[in-house]
Design a protein around this ligand. Structure first.
Ligand SMILES: [Zn+2]
Length: 263
């Protein structure tokens, strides 16, 4: 039996005693990845009453700006803005997200706790190798999480196997032709607020931010412009104001054509 004890970054008190299962789990390499990539999709899901969790692999301790403590506080604030039910950090070393047995078991413990129908995770092809490594780590863990002979215990509580029904990965820096889009027009403002919560990492318009730390790829005003223009571009492709793209590991299928009525 493998015992796993993740750091709980955030737990929504009002939802703490519910038996309602989680609907969606988003896994990220770093504390701000989900907000930057699919913050709108997450905000929309929680707005619809879905129970959503985020699991960060690393504390981003190799980042040029901020510290793990600062980033933890920022992730906590972003969780409130997005309406998350729960948020964890697995303390996998930043810059070394290998698919080691130890790391795979940490992801398995998360999958078996959240038991999501839909799993969102990083793409296999990206500028930051941690994102690619996280993709492969998650794929390995998803398969092994369904195996009964791999026993895990979360905080000493024995877990049962679980595999998510849908595996969707999200775009970070490098673009590939999306498989489908989600209209996030009414949740774009919430997405941006959740990104601005990560104030040590990104440019927050009008804020008095430290200029003593090194500038990075994502700390410039231009990067925030890219986030908005990308969302507008993807929105334009489907005839709405803002959209975020997703990719499906397996072919997308629907029970009936009528599922797509009204789109
Ligand atoms: Zn990242």
């Amino acid at each position: 039996m493998h015992r796993i004890s993740p750091e709980i970054i955030y737990k929504n008190d009002q939802q703490a005693n519910t038996n309602k299962p989680f609907d969606i789990l988003a896994i990220a390499a770093h504390p701000d990845d989900v907000e930057l990539s699919i913050g709108g999709i997450i905000a929309q899901a929680t707005n619809e009453g879905k129970r959503v969790g985020i699991v960060e692999c690393t504390r981003g301790e190799l980042g040029s700006r901020g510290t793990p403590d600062i980033r933890r506080a920022e992730a906590h604030e972003a969780a409130q803005i997005l309406g998350l039910a729960e948020r964890w950090n697995l303390h996998i070393p930043d810059g070394n997200i290998s698919s080691s047995d130890e790391n795979v078991l940490k992801i398995i413990a998360a999958l078996r706790y959240f038991k999501p129908n839909i799993l969102l995770f990083p793409a296999a092809y990206d500028r930051h190798l941690d994102h690619e490594d996280a993709h492969h780590l998650v794929r390995t863990a998803v398969f092994k999480s369904g195996l009964t002979k791999i026993g895990t215990a979360l905080f000493d509580e024995q877990q049962v196997p679980h595999r998510p029904k849908r595996l969707f990965y999200y775009m970070q820096t490098y673009e590939q032709e999306p498989h489908f889009f989600i209209d996030i027009s009414t949740h774009f403002t919430t997405k941006m607020r959740s990104i601005f919560a990560h104030a040590s990492q990104v440019h927050v318009p009008g804020a008095n931010q430290s200029s003593s730390e090194p500038q990075t790829f994502i700390s410039s005003p231009a990067f925030m412009g890219l986030i908005e223009s990308r969302a507008r571009h993807f929105g334009g492709r489907i005839g709405v104001e803002f959209a975020e793209p997703l990719y499906s590991v397996e072919p997308l299928s629907f029970k009936s054509l009528s599922v797509l009525e009204g789109l």
